[in-house]
Design a protein around this ligand. Structure first.
Ligand SMILES: [Mg+2]
Length: 197
């Protein structure tokens, strides 16, 4: 019998607009984080399929001075609490507080961690070991797709959050053209289930 090696298969998830609603553009405080109703179940399904699940989120609002690192951590804690109450668990959460046009030091720099840079991928890969051939990036922005492409992952654009606009704006952009475009995270996970078979 042929044994398939599926060690290190991982799904990288964007946060805002992918796991939770992103109506205002920035999530400033924990109360503003509202999970999409399908998010917990989708993550649970990925874990059952044996995927490592990572959240990688750009939080340039720190560099702009809209909120602090402490706020980001509180918001991430709220996300993890809401997910765990629905029996969904992720393996790690990383965020990039940087932006070259920011005003708050030391975050007002261009940094590899900011997607589409792959600093966050490198950190996760070093710690967990990722089999890129079996792994995916799911997000609602071109920067998520760029991150996935730069890291050698299969890419899925969701049409929640900013995704609908991104899909229309970037559909002819070959550099950031996603491998798949789907309605939302629930459908993205169904697609992964099909590909995984
Ligand atoms: Mg997003």
């Amino acid at each position: 019998m042929k044994e398939k090696t599926k060690q290190g298969k991982a799904v990288f998830l964007d946060r805002d607009g992918t796991i939770n609603a992103d109506d205002a553009g920035f999530i400033n405080k924990p109360e503003d984080l509202q999970l999409y109703p399908f998010a917990a179940q989708a993550i649970t399904k990925l874990k059952k399929m044996g995927y490592l699940v990572f959240v990688v989120t750009n939080q340039a609002g720190v560099a702009y001075g809209y909120f602090t690192i402490e706020d980001v951590e509180k918001i991430n804690t709220k996300m993890l609490k809401d997910l765990s109450e629905a029996n969904a668990f992720v393996d790690d959460v990383l965020y990039a507080p940087y932006h070259a046009k920011g005003i708050v030091e030391p975050f007002n720099i261009q940094h590899e961690d900011r997607k589409p840079g792959i600093g966050m991928f490198k950190k996760i890969n070093k710690k967990y070991g990722v089999n890129t051939k079996l792994s995916f990036m799911i997000g609602d922005r071109a920067s998520d797709i760029g991150f996935g492409k730069n890291a050698g992952l299969k890419t899925i654009l969701v049409r929640t959050g900013n995704g609908e606009k991104e899909f229309m704006d970037n559909r002819v952009d070959s550099e950031f053209y996603p491998d798949y475009v789907v309605k939302d995270l629930a459908v993205a996970v169904k697609l992964i289930e099909e590909i995984d078979k």
